[in-house]
Write a protein that binds this ligand. Structure first.
Ligand code: ATP
Length: 354
């Protein structure tokens, strides 16, 4: 069992605080994504989980055991780097066997384990080839083979697909996810790519400036972002924010945008002042009867859908609508918002009101 728990973990580099007090749990067998922009502290968090960096304070548990001060080699984990350092003078079989041979495992057992791994990764046919001439995908599989052959408690991966081109990246992402589903090993994966995180992850931690902004399933994070940062970082185009001065009453279902009543999910919180109504592009509807109107500024055709940029009394917003819905530059159109999918944020703190 390899549940991984991070409790109030902090990391300072000299005077610089790279990771603020972070707490979250990776359940046994989960494919878990650490997501955020460059410099947010996701690699540092991963390195602390893997034992390549010591936390300044806080605790890290793997399988219930406190390992914060243990080195990577004592944690029974495997780390998959972006740059796969295969041994160029060895063939595929030797590269994969290496971690077992260096542990002193018996030859017959090594051969059995390598055969198993080759089968899982579907690389039986290249076991005797030198790694030098392999394609990018095969090199990636060999590197994975070397990581999984030890049967570690958990895998840690830092942007493993970062160096690949888009098409191949998508293919390898699917393959990695399928491999995880076959093996069921706890995997922690760093990425700055929100789509990759949404597609691959069972759960996601979103980080910004060393802070865990939100932690949950992809759909929870997409539908109910806890902060404006998360709402902007996830989704393409990102969530629109219609900033307004107003009030929200506990138990009420309406807010007023320049006199236009917008139905929203019921609030449990009271708030008065600068607020923002968060609307995803796909939750905006064109409705000739609506008194809330805007002028079309641009239309971007995407096949079955289109992105329509609209100038409203609350600034420019982007709507994703079916592309057979007529929208031309300069059209004046009435707008409705899908009431189930709106989020209200306190503009001062950026936090969602729940
Ligand atoms: P990226 O995707 O660019 O790697 P990241 O989210 O993984 O970003 P980290 O690598 O964790 O970010 O770095 C977080 C912050 O800590 C950055 O500002 C970085 O410059 C700083 N940092 C990381 N390692 C060190 C170090 N060894 N010494 C000093 N500062 C460091």
């Amino acid at each position: 069992m390899a549940q991984i728990r991070i409790q109030n973990v902090r990391k300072d580099f000299g005077a610089f605080n790279a990771v603020k007090s972070s707490t979250f749990t990776v359940e046994d067998g989960e494919f878990f994504m650490l997501l955020g922009p460059s410099g947010c502290g996701k690699t540092t968090t991963l390195r602390m989980m893997a034992g390549l960096e010591l936390p300044t304070s806080g605790e890290i548990y793997i399988g219930g055991e406190e390992v914060g001060m243990k080195r990577a080699s004592e944690r029974d984990i495997a780390f998959v780097f972006q740059m796969f350092a295969l041994y160029p003078h060895m063939n595929v079989r030797k590269n994969i066997s290496y971690p077992l041979v260096s542990q002193g495992m018996r030859k017959a057992e090594v051969a059995m384990r390598v055969a198993e791994v080759a089968k899982i990764l579907r690389i039986e046919n290249i076991l005797d080839k030198p790694v030098g001439g392999l394609s990018g995908g095969d090199r990636q599989r060999v590197a994975l083979g070397r990581a999984i052959v030890r049967n570690p408690k958990a895998f840690f991966m830092d942007e493993p697909l970062g160096a690949l081109d888009a098409e191949f990246r998508e293919h390898m992402a699917e393959e990695l996810r399928a491999l995880h589903d076959r093996m069921g090993a706890t995997t922690v994966y760093v990425t700055h790519d929100q789509l990759e995180a949404m597609q691959m992850g069972d759960k996601i931690v979103v980080m910004n400036h060393g802070v865990v902004e939100q932690f949950g399933k992809p759909q929870q994070i997409y539908d109910w972002p806890a902060t404006k940062f998360v709402a902007k970082f996830i989704g393409s185009p990102p969530m629109n924010f219609l900033e307004f001065e107003g009030s929200v009453t506990a138990g009420s279902n309406f807010v007023s945008l320049s006199g236009h009543r917008v139905k929203v999910p019921e609030s449990r919180d009271e708030r008065l002042g600068k607020l923002a109504l968060g609307v995803r592009p796909e939750h905006i509807r064109f409705n000739d009867d609506s008194i809330y109107r805007g002028r079309v500024v641009a239309v971007e055709y995407l096949g079955t859908t289109q992105i329509v940029t609209i100038d409203t009394p609350h600034g420019e917003i982007k709507a994703r609508t079916p592309s057979n819905q007529s929208a031309r530059v300069d059209d004046l159109i009435g707008l409705d918002f899908d009431s189930r999918n709106l989020t209200i944020f306190d503009s001062a703190t950026g936090n969602a009101l729940v």
